[in-house]
Design a protein around this ligand. Structure first.
Ligand code: WTA
Length: 658
């Protein structure tokens, strides 16, 4: 594709290209790799697995199983391989990178910095692994990690992996109730947490939340507590709670890693779907590590002296794949950030870029939109000349925010990689590969080698060439989550029942005449608020659990900064006379059932929901009203009571008025 005569296509500056040793430096090699991975997936991925991962026993088997027979048996990759992922991430790095910084940590207060070299990280992980064994942890058992962004969170994850246990990190914003659900669902025996988290100058009471979550729970025998702030006092329950500095610090700094089979689970990560109950996606050791190492190296054109900074939280998949496992497997310096982009001021990111000489910077469109609203002056205060690649993840980035990132932050010379992927996919699936792929603002561009996307219409027929439909993937790749913890039938029903033989992503997507993909957002009942994935059903079940509320329906609507906002339609019980109190209780219920990051932006009390005569709530109508398009409701004649729509429309208009 010639890009010179196409104003919609951005090709990178030659300065960005210089010095790359990427396997995919240009489009001909991209096409060559993609075709090879399509024609001979086993050969291609066995070679990548060998090159990027350290194995105890090299695999000789590639893919087994397919999307047609996935109901009977999960797919597998590298089934006869054996490894411990920490030997790729740590032990191997000691040979050439012992004194290289593995984790560069910046705390909540600017300049509060800690560095851990690969040798030091290795030692800390071994100590923590020994401590966990001492506490009785056995291979295969589950550990819940509920922490803030401190290096010890990564150490805890790696220590679990080292002993062959399965970690499940729960984002530190989740409520006690949400933590309890996850503890129960995965049957965790140990919880690792910290006294308090620090974010934006505030304390987050992580240990206190764990105490509430574990009230009356008998499965968890031990809570290991890292002390972030000695000035804070927390309650330590005798016989259950132990301090990190008393258990981990004195432990031996060497630990023989437990061998795992490639298909053994590395971690479980819960994510929202279309029911009220989050599901625990299970990722494998061998396939996952191969996929995240491969995609991390290629997408970002990773180089030995990079200072790589991903701003995600390790409670989400982006933190797992692109702060911990991918970067460490690639021997990179990975920055971990405890704070938020606006603390203490809106130039915090750019201040860090200049101070640390960050070369690759990866964040979410929400953060970009928030910062863009403050103009270019905070960016211009800092020297950003170290930057080479800028990434985004988590939600569609609109062309305006894209241009701001490109012009103001990248100063027109950085590659922008808009990476589309999901908790389920393990790592990047549709993304530019820097510096090879010419970019189009707002498009995630082209599929990774190994990814064969397809667009399917409502009838399940595949769309050929340009068009719009539901995004599916045709063939298994190594990073795909293998199952839902304890519920393989749900895994099959969620991803493989809609279109037989295909993985259905839940996203809508358009493909243009150049074969570029444009993600249009979720087509199921999943919301994406500030890049955080939440189920409308989770909100609804929290709302209807309170006595004042008879019915509730929650939908998303476009929000200038958050991408999507949360819109709740609530029907009160006839006996409820205290509307203001009910609204307050509704907000509190969502907070205590999901967490502080889940907030209803607009709550409208309605006399009833628009239902068909058979009692089905027509969410399409509620979505259109929330989107501010009451003139596009379509046919409402099938409703049991069409007049309710008029009342809802008027109420919505009143709510929008400031
Ligand atoms: C959305 C986050 C557009 C999408 C890694 C997907 C995106 C969901 C992009 C997964 C992108 C993620 N462009 N949409 N570059 N990246 N999404 O599981 O709707 O938290 O299905 O994984 O985020 O969210 P999850």
């Amino acid at each position: 594709m010639s890009t010179s005569d196409r104003p919609d296509i951005f090709d990178v500056d030659d300065r960005v290209r210089a010095g790359s040793s990427s396997q995919i430096p240009d489009m001909p090699s991209y096409r060559e790799h993609w075709s090879r991975a399509e024609a001979d997936p086993d050969g291609y991925w066995l070679a990548q697995a060998k090159q990027r991962v350290r194995w105890r026993k090299q695999p000789t088997r590639g893919l087994e199983g397919d999307f047609w027979s996935i109901r009977e048996a999960p797919i597998s990759w590298f089934a006869d391989g054996e490894l411990n992922v920490t030997e790729s991430c740590l032990d191997r790095q000691l040979e050439r990178r012992a004194d290289k910084t593995a984790i560069l940590w910046e705390g909540d207060e600017p300049g509060d910095v800690r560095t851990l070299t690969y040798a030091q990280l290795h030692e800390q992980v071994c100590r923590c692994a020994n401590a966990l064994v001492e506490l009785g942890l056995k291979p295969g058992e589950r550990v819940i990690i509920y922490m803030g962004m401190v290096p010890e969170a990564a150490i805890a994850m790696l220590a679990c992996a080292r002993v062959g246990a399965v970690h499940s990190v729960v984002f530190g914003g989740f409520s006690a109730e949400a933590v309890r659900d996850r503890v129960r669902d995965c049957g965790a025996s140990i919880v690792i947490t910290q006294d308090v988290g620090k974010r934006g100058g505030k304390h987050i009471p992580l240990k206190a939340t764990i105490d509430t979550a574990l009230e009356g729970e008998r499965g968890v025998e031990t809570v290991l507590v890292y002390q972030r702030d000695p000035a804070v006092t927390v309650n330590m329950q005798a016989g259950r709670d132990v301090w990190w500095h008393e258990q981990v610090d004195p432990a031996s700094p060497t630990h023989e890693a437990a061998p795992r089979r490639a298909e053994d689970p590395l971690f479980v990560l819960y994510t929202s779907g279309s029911t009220g109950q989050p599901k625990g996606l299970v990722h494998s050791c061998g396939g996952y590590l191969t996929w995240v190492a491969y995609t991390h190296a290629l997408t970002f054109d990773l180089r030995e002296d990079d200072v790589y900074a991903c701003m995600a939280d390790i409670g989400w998949i982006t933190g797992h794949s692109y702060i911990v496992y991918g970067p460490l497997c690639n021997g990179a310096t990975s920055l971990m950030f405890e704070s938020i982009p606006t603390y203490p001021d809106v130039d915090r990111y750019w201040d860090m870029v200049a101070r640390h000489g960050i070369t690759v910077f990866y964040t979410a469109p929400t953060a970009i939109r928030t910062l863009a609203a403050h103009g270019e002056a905070p960016v211009r205060k800092h020297d950003l000349s170290s930057l080479r690649v800028l990434g985004t993840v988590g939600e569609p980035i609109d062309p305006v925010a894209w241009r701001w990132y490109y012009d103001a932050v990248g100063q027109g010379r950085c590659a922008i990689v808009d990476t589309w992927w999901q908790t389920e996919t393990g790592g990047h699936c549709i993304t530019p590969i820097a510096p090879a792929t010419p970019e189009k603002p707002g498009s995630a561009t082209l599929p990774m080698p190994g990814i064969i996307p397809s667009l399917v219409n409502d009838e399940g027929r595949e769309i050929v060439g340009p068009g719009q439909g539901r995004l599916c993937i045709e063939h298994p790749w190594p990073g795909l989550a293998r199952t839902v913890w304890g519920d393989h039938a749900r895994y099959v029903a969620t991803y493989f029942a809609m279109f037989a033989g295909r993985y259905f992503t839940g996203d809508g997507c358009r493909r243009d005449a150049d074969g570029y993909y444009w993600i249009t957002g979720r087509v199921d009942d999943v919301l994406n608020v500030s890049g955080h994935r939440m189920g409308t059903a989770e909100f609804e079940s929290a709302l209807i659990a309170i006595d004042d509320i008879a019915e509730a329906a929650v939908v998303g609507y476009p929000h200038a900064v958050k991408g999507q906002g949360v819109y709740a339609y609530v029907v009160l019980q006839p006996a409820c006379t205290d509307e203001a109190g009910a609204i307050q209780r509704a907000h509190a219920a969502v907070r205590s059932s999901i967490g502080a990051h889940a907030r209803i932006d607009r709550l409208q009390i309605v006399p009833g929901l628009p239902k068909t005569r058979s009692g089905k709530c027509m969410r399409r109508i509620l979505r259109k009203i929330a989107e501010g398009e009451p003139d596009k409701l379509g046919d409402v004649s099938t409703l049991a009571d069409p007049s309710v729509v008029e009342v809802i429309v008027r109420g919505a208009e009143a709510l929008r008025k400031p």
